[in-house]
Design a protein. Structure first.
Length: 71
């Protein structure tokens, strides 16, 4: 989502790097920091996963090469 905002502001974005596919455990923050493109509910023993808006944006971008706003 930040890439789309940057491009709208005129920034030339030439690459994107997804830090993590799934929310995960971090040494300093434990499971409290959420930065994966797929949310993991660590309070549920089944660990259900739900794609975040960023995953939906990335999917659309990869398949259409478009950065149009998803609606």
């Amino acid at each position: 989502m930040q890439n789309a905002r940057a491009k709208s502001a005129g920034v030339k974005v030439t690459a994107y790097y997804a830090w993590s596919l799934l929310d995960n455990w971090e040494w300093k923050e434990g499971f409290s920091t959420k930065f994966g493109i797929v949310n993991v509910d660590f309070k549920n023993k089944a660990l259900p996963r739900k794609p975040k808006d960023s995953a939906k944006w990335l999917k659309e971008y990869v398949f259409t090469k478009s950065t149009k706003k998803l609606g």
